[in-house]
Design a protein around this ligand. Structure first.
Ligand SMILES: [Mg+2]
Length: 245
């Protein structure tokens, strides 16, 4: 019997395919926000490449520490606002940016897919009696939509997102909310994620951490903060972890 009762997962790059989807979403949302800004007397010298670079997208590479990989969309809105300087309020600009990202996700279900073997692995862990949760920096609408599209939605006892009403990762608020909802303690939780921010989150909350290599980070980046690094959530074996840690 394992001493861990619950598994909490980051969403993008951990359960769902990250690169294809978020590169496409970020590029399209960037064009949408840029066009909106140009209608509102924005600084027209800023290029799409500069806007994407500011959130950690350079060509086809997404920086593991960048805003797209690790932060809520409000942070993307803030850096784009500072670069574009449109003649609107930050509040309005943030709403437009969030809407652009959500629209791109919802209009392109073909971009959304679970990583290989994830659905089967989660079903198996659930059957073994594990409580399962999601803790993501994504918005509520996009989170619920992408979990539904990927066929994973019915598997979770808790779905935590970042929509401006709870402190985002790496603050421990989402892990604490998971524990409260399921009646468990942080030391009974294993957190899975593909970024350093996810590992900081687990550690800040007092949980164990499993780093996975299906997203943006390399093994050597996750290792210092993770209890163990594995290739994918699909490779996780609770008994083995129990013996290791
Ligand atoms: Mg991630």
């Amino acid at each position: 019997m394992t001493k861990y009762k619950a598994l909490l997962f980051d969403k993008d790059g951990t359960l769902l395919e990250f690169h294809n989807m978020w590169l496409n979403v970020a590029r399209a949302a960037c064009e949408q926000v840029k066009a909106y800004s140009e209608q509102h007397n924005a600084n027209s010298d800023v290029t799409s490449s500069e806007l994407l670079l500011a959130i950690g997208v350079e060509g086809d590479v997404v920086d593991n520490y960048g805003l797209l990989a690790s932060n809520p969309v409000e942070d993307t809105a803030l850096v784009w606002f500072e670069l574009l300087k449109p003649k609107v309020t930050l509040v309005e600009f943030t709403q437009i940016t969030k809407l652009a990202f959500n629209e791109q996700v919802e209009q392109n279900p073909q971009w959304i897919e679970a990583l290989p073997g994830i659905g089967d692995k989660l079903s198996q862990l659930k059957q073994q009696g594990m409580l399962l949760g999601v803790a993501t920096a994504d918005t509520k609408d996009s989170t619920l939509y992408t979990l539904q599209q990927s066929g994973l939605e019915g598997l979770f006892d808790y779905v935590g997102y970042s929509d401006g009403d709870i402190e985002p990762k790496p603050a421990p608020a989402l892990l604490n909310a998971f524990c409260e909802q399921c009646g468990i303690k942080p030391h009974e939780v294993i957190m899975f994620g593909d970024t350093v921010s996810d590992m900081e989150f687990g550690r800040n909350a007092g949980a164990k951490n499993v780093g996975v290599l299906t997203g943006t980070a390399q093994q050597h980046e996750l290792e210092p903060m993770a209890d163990i690094v594995i290739a994918s959530v699909a490779d996780f074996n609770p008994t083995e972890f129990n013996e290791l840690i």
